[in-house]
Write a protein that binds this ligand. Structure first.
Ligand SMILES: Nc1ncnc2c1ncn2[C@@H]1O[C@H](COP(=O)(O)OP(=O)(O)OP(=O)(O)O)[C@@H](O)[C@H]1O
Ligand SMILES: O=C(O)c1ccc[n+]([C@@H]2O[C@H](COP(=O)([O-])O)[C@@H](O)[C@H]2O)c1
Length: 202
């Protein structure tokens, strides 16, 4: 499995970033990644395994290596890539990660990807408005958060920067703030439910 370097990378491509705990990885993650790849016309989607979500401190979190290995097993490694780059950059907060990624990958166009729950929770993230100013964002449906996300505080703050969904294919070239809601099939699966049922994700 090829590791993404943290220095000297000159790739000139469009990259979707799907940050997550992946505790464990499941079909909702992979569907989102594949749809983003196609609809946003990306060159790669990085499944960026978080060393530790600052808002999730519970004992239920599996080790980083377990979660990362789980993601590695279910990606093709060419278009959809598992990466531990956040742990190698020593960042946990998404704003810090993005600042470093823009420095280290000066020719990349990044798009931040997330499910609707992410947008509805984003106001609790560190420097969330700065994140919206730093990177274009694509939001994917996730029941039951869609209404809450699209009418929540972060969406309200960024309402004038929302693009029609038909612009999703060119989102990566937009100067942020810019975001789009990408209508697509819904999947109720969650890592919380899988853990509760003692099931693996795939
Ligand atoms: N079923 C789903 N549909 C759409 N997006 C999803 C789905 N599950 C997860 N995502 C998105 O994938 C990213 C990573 O999610 P995460 O690893 O936290 O999974 P999770 O199922 O939400 O976990 P948990 O239940 O432990 O909070 C987030 O942006 C989240 O919105
Ligand atoms: O930067 C923050 O304050 C912040 C707070 C909560 C979550 N995040 C990021 O959101 C992404 C999704 O996290 P998770 O654990 O819900 O899968 C992941 O990349 C986290 O690092 C980031």
């Amino acid at each position: 499995m090829i590791s993404i370097p943290t220095w000297g990378d000159q790739r000139n491509i469009k990259v979707g970033l799907l940050g997550g705990s992946f505790n464990p990885v499941h079909s909702g993650h992979l569907q989102l990644a594949r749809r983003a790849f196609t609809i946003l016309q990306l060159d790669q989607v990085w499944l960026m395994v978080s060393p530790g979500n600052p808002l999730k401190t519970g004992k239920e979190m599996a080790s980083f290596s377990e979660r990362f290995q789980g993601v590695q097993k279910c990606v093709d490694g060419r278009h959809i890539i598992a990466t531990d780059i956040e742990s190698r950059l020593y960042t946990r907060y998404s704003y810090d990660t993005l600042k470093k990624l823009y420095q280290r990958f000066p020719n990349c166009k990044f798009v931040w990807l997330m499910g609707a729950d992410g947008l509805s929770q984003m106001v609790f993230w560190s420097r969330w408005q700065k994140i919206l100013r730093l990177v274009p964002i694509a939001i994917f449906p996730r029941p039951p958060y869609i209404y809450k996300a699209l009418n929540g505080k972060a969406a309200q703050w960024a309402r004038s920067y929302r693009l029609p969904s038909q612009k999703a294919s060119v989102l990566a070239s937009y100067k942020p703030p810019a975001w789009v809601f990408v209508p697509s099939p819904e999947n109720k699966i969650s890592a919380t439910a899988l853990r509760a049922q003692g099931r693996s994700g795939l």
